[in-house]
Structures are given as structure tokens and as C-alpha cells.
Design a protein around this ligand. Structure first.
Ligand code: B12
Ligand code: SF4
Length: 459
């Protein structure tokens, strides 16, 4: 291949009962985009989840997107039929993102690529992946299409059978570089940057047209191995960015694109952060830009020392989520041993002392896991409400390959192994006589009431 290869990156649609842009960008795909750009390739992105597409938002068949504070918002959506697997669910189902006609125009407006890389996220969002690949196949016949990302890694066999991609590529970045070099027929000039997370550039956010917020990842991997979580499968190797790299990324997107809201995607943001995030935030406090940080993924409660709480507040953290999961001590041990209720109560108190208010502090509670009872969840909601924080339920999504998967298989009356749609947390495939969908709905109401009638921390 004599001229520089041109690679098309595609972030497919979401098809679901509900979807909200909670600072969700295709971070993995954009990291690949940056590596390929620096390797000497031409790169473009077609993002099916673009909320600002004028054709889509003006189309009579589309319920248009709505923007909210901090860059959040609703995606545009089109009603579509319920898949058979969800027959009988009393919920509407939508395709979220741009109109298919807009997708076609965007793809055809770009030069014919040498390779198309499609990403994937939640396993139960695979129908959007299948649809995007089918359209790409029609629009760009003969161009190889590779599928990667979380669905491809967790449900490789299903993806190989159903996605329509030429190759399902569940490789980590270093091995991926070798495969890409062979496919494209070039040697990457930035090859060392593919070999470690620390050396890799930040995501290619210049490919995103309307950058309302920027995703950040300062580290990969997590030292814990909670039985319901796929972190150890997806990110088996640990790595942390330097303070210089973190500050440079924040300053760059603030100066270049006026970004004020930054959202962290790390699994373990505050752990082992003494040489990366901590000095970076100290510098932001001292002489960095005035920005806001959001943590939609849970923080480790045990890391919240008085010093960290002050630093988070002073550097502009606005949305916090803490991982409490449950208030039952035996479950806390079984579910990873990372938090205890007393430790959580002390952390919330420290956050308040540092200046955070109840509305800033959301707390994730797991809901509907095998073996769990509705009473336990209700108890945890009450504890969080009384602590001066806001409970958010994370309804259980069974994830293939995790230790809890076996229990989920035993409990669920649905074919969760054969049909990833059943991993959808809204569908609640692990419902059972002593934890029904009605129980789940009642607990969600309880958590909502606790959030809206939330009280400040009791003295
Ligand atoms: C950040 C995050 C979120 C964010 C935003 C996610 C987003 N972008 O949409 C928020 C907080 C909103 C979120 C929410 C939820 N999440 Co979440 N989330 C994550 C997390 C921590 C990181 C994902 C990520 O961006 N990784 C970073 C990038 C760098 O990795 P990557 O995308 O995999 O890409 C790499 C490779 O895959 C590859 N690659 C990517 N694309 C391509 C394409 C090609 C062609 C190739 C070759 C390679 C390739 O290159 C990249 C570089 O290494 C993962 C856990 C994890 N460690 O992955 C859970 C995870 C994806 N979430 C999960 C869950 C359960 C949820 C929730 C349902 C939680 C709940 N119960 O409420 C919600 C539901 C979301 C919804 N309905 O909107 C599960 C997945 C469940 C499933 N069945 O798929 C995970 C795996 C965590 C877990 N429990 O194990 N999440
Ligand atoms: S601490 Fe969080 S990221 Fe780490 S394994 Fe447990 S749930 Fe996953």
C-alpha cells in the first residue's frame, strides 16, 4: 500500500428501552483513532450517537435530542419494534442516535476506507452493531470490517456468528498493532506507543464535532476482583498516566475546544494515584483552568481520606458516585471486600466537610444480584439517605466470564448464555419469585424518593 491508509471508525447505535448520554463517548475507539493517526494513517469517525445532527433532529420520524447541564442530554430516538426476546415487556423500545439516512450520507461523504473499525459497548446493545455493520457492508462493499470493544470481548462467539463483521478482534492494544500492521501493509512509526497504556496518546477527540464534554482515562485496571464485574477480564493489566500527561490533556481540550466538563472513565481512579492524578489535580488547583470534573463510574470509598476529599472539592469535582453496593457486612466481603458501611459513613461526612453537598454525592447500590433480597436493598437505600448522600440503584446486568455468571445462569429462567439481550439491566433476567420485577420497580421508586426528599448529613 503506497499512500497512507484511511481508516473509518464507527460508533454504532444503541437500541434499548432507555438511554441517556451520561458523558458516554466511545473512548476505546477514540484511543485507537489517536494511535492510528500518530502511526501515519488517515482517520475519520462516524458517530451514530451524535446528538447534534441537524437532519436527524429535524426529521418527522425522530424525537429530537435535548441538552442538559454539564454536557449531558437525551439522544435523538426513533421508535422500533421490541425484539422477540423482550416480547411482553410493557415498555417502548427505541433506536437512539442519528437517522439511518444521515448515517448513509456521512459514510458516503468520506473517501472509500481501507479498513472499517466498529466498536461495541454493552453486550445487550449488539443489535445496533449488527445494523451498522449491515449498512456499512452495503455502502462500502469489499472493504474489510473489524469489530472490537466490550461486546466483542465478552461475547466473542456470539459476535462472530451474528455481527456480520469480517473479523471479531478481541485483542489488547499491543497485539492489535501487529495485526493492523499486517492488514494495512505498513510499519507503524509510533509502534512503542502501542505497547503500554502510559505511552499511548489521549483519545482523538478532534474527531468529535461537537465536544460538549471530554472523557478522560487516567489509568486502566483495578486491584479488586468483585464477582459481578468484568474489569479484570477487560483490563487485566494495570497502567497509570503521568501527572504531566493528565494536565496536558485537560489544558489542551479546554484551550482548543473550550471544554469545561470532563468525565473520568477509570475503574480505580483514586487508587495508586499518588504520582498521577493527585499531583495533576494539585496543579489544576494552583494554576490550571477552571473546569468541572464528573465521576459517573464509582469511586473507591476507602480512598476518600480528608486530603483527597479536599482536593476533589478544590479542583472542581462536581458529580461524584461512590461504590457502596450493599450495607450487609457478609455481602461486602463476598462482593470484593472493598468497602464497609462505617467506612462509607465516614467518607460521606468528610466529603461534606470538604464542601460537597448531598446533591453532589451519588451512591451506587447493587440491586437484584443472585442471592440478594429486596429487604437488603431497601435497608441500604435508607442508610444512604440518612448519610446525606443520594442512592442510585445499579440493577444487575449478568456479565459473561465473571465469577457471578454461574450463579446468574442458575437463577435466571432466561437463556442468558445464548442471548445477550437478556443481559440488559432493565429486562432484569435474574428476576425470581423472591425478587420480582415489581420488587425492583418499588425499590427504584424508593431510591427516587430518597433522592428527591434527600436530607443533609445529620450532625
Ligand atoms: C465507563 C463505563 C461506563 C460509563 C459510560 C460508558 C460508555 N462509554 O457508554 C457509564 C458510567 C455511563 C456506564 C454505565 C453503565 N455500565 Co458501564 N462501564 C464503563 C467501564 C468502566 C469502561 C468502559 C470504557 O470506556 N473503557 C475504556 C476503553 C479504553 O475500553 P474499550 O471501550 O473496551 O476499548 C478498548 C478495546 O476494547 C479496544 N476496542 C474498542 N473498540 C474497538 C474496535 C475495534 C475494531 C477493535 C479492533 C478494538 C476496539 O480498544 C480499546 C483500547 O484498549 C466498563 C468496565 C471496563 N473496565 O471496561 C463498564 C461496563 C462496560 N459497564 C457495565 C455496566 C453493567 C453498566 C451499567 C448497566 C451499570 C448499571 N447497572 O447501571 C450502566 C448502563 C449504561 C447505560 N444503559 O447507559 C458492564 C458491561 C455490562 C454488559 N453486559 O455489557 C461493564 C463491563 C462493567 C462491569 N459490570 O463489568 N458505564
Ligand atoms: S472495585 Fe469496581 S472496578 Fe474494581 S473489580 Fe470491583 S466493581 Fe470492578
Amino acid at each position: 500500500m503506497s499512500k497512507a491508509p484511511f481508516i473509518l471508525l464507527v460508533n454504532p447505535w444503541i437500541e434499548d428501552f432507555a438511554a441517556y448520554d451520561l458523558w458516554a463517548k466511545p473512548l476505546g475507539l477514540l484511543l485507537l483513532g489517536a494511535l492510528l493517526r500518530d502511526a501515519g494513517c488517515g482517520v475519520s469517525l462516524v458517530d451514530c450517537l451524535d446528538r447534534d445532527d441537524p437532519f436527524t433532529n429535524g426529521h418527522p420520524d425522530v424525537i429530537s435530542g435535548v441538552g442538559r447541564d454539564f454536557g449531558l442530554g437525551k439522544y435523538p430516538r426513533m421508535r422500533i419494534p421490541l425484539p422477540d426476546a423482550y416480547a411482553g415487556m410493557p415498555r417502548r423500545y427505541h433506536r437512539y442516535g442519528i437517522h439511518p439516512e444521515s448515517f448513509r450520507r456521512r459514510v458516503l461523504d468520506l473517501p472509500v476506507p481501507d479498513l472499517i473499525l466498529v466498536t461495541s459497548s454493552m453486550t445487550y446493545w449488539y443489535p445496533g452493531v449488527v445494523e451498522a455493520i449491515a449498512q456499512l457492508r452495503e455502502l462500502r462493499p469489499g472493504v474489510p470490517i473489524w469489530l472490537g470493544g466490550i461486546y466483542a470481548r465478552l461475547c466473542g462467539e456470539h459476535a462472530a456468528r451474528r455481527s456480520g463483521a469480517d473479523a471479531v478482534v478481541p485483542l489488547r492494544i499491543p497485539e492489535l498493532a501487529t495485526r493492523l500492521e499486517a492488514a494495512l501493509g505498513i510499519a507503524f512509526r509510533n509502534r512503542p506507543c502501542w505497547d503500554s497504556f502510559e505511552a499511548a496518546p489521549g483519545p482523538a477527540l478532534e474527531l468529535v464535532p461537537n465536544l460538549r464534554y471530554a472523557p478522560l482515562v487516567t489509568g486502566i485496571g483495578c486491584p479488586y476482583r468483585c464477582p459481578y464485574c468484568a474489569s479484570g477480564i477487560l483490563q487485566p493489566v494495570n497502567g497509570k498516566k503521568s501527572a504531566d500527561a493528565i494536565v496536558a490533556e485537560i489544558e489542551h481540550w479546554h484551550e482548543e475546544r473550550g471544554v469545561v466538563d470532563f468525565a473520568f472513565y477509570d475503574d480505580a481512579l483514586l487508587l495508586n494515584a499518588g504520582r498521577g492524578l493527585k499531583p495533576a489535580l494539585e496543579r489544576i488547583c494552583r494554576d490550571g483552568p477552571a473546569v468541572r470534573f464528573h465521576v459517573p463510574n464509582a469511586l473507591h470509598v476507602r480512598a476518600l481520606t480528608p486530603e483527597w476529599c479536599r482536593l476533589l472539592f478544590d479542583s472542581g469535582f462536581t458529580t461524584l458516585r461512590l461504590g457502596l453496593e450493599t450495607t450487609r457486612p457478609e455481602r461486602q466481603k463476598d462482593w470484593g471486600g472493598k468497602v464497609e458501611t462505617e467506612m462509607f459513613l465516614a467518607a460521606v461526612e468528610r466529603l461534606h466537610e470538604a464542601g460537597f453537598s448531598t446533591g453532589n454525592i451519588g451512591v451506587y447500590l447493587l440491586c437484584g444480584l443472585p442471592g440478594q433480597t429486596p429487604g437488603e436493598v431497601a435497608e441500604a437505600i435508607e442508610t444512604v439517605r440518612r448519610s446525606g448522600a443520594q442512592p442510585h440503584l445499579a440493577e444487575y446486568s449478568p456479565v459473561p466470564g465473571t465469577p457471578m455468571w454461574r450463579e446468574a445462569l442458575a437463577v435466571s429462567p432466561f437463556d442468558i448464555a445464548g442471548e445477550p439481550l437478556y443481559h440488559n439491566n432493565t429486562f432484569f433476567a435474574c428476576r425470581r419469585p423472591d425478587f420480582t420485577r415489581q420488587d425492583l420497580a418499588a425499590l427504584k421508586r424508593l431510591a427516587r424518593e430518597a433522592r428527591h426528599g434527600g436530607i443533609e448529613a445529620e450532625e
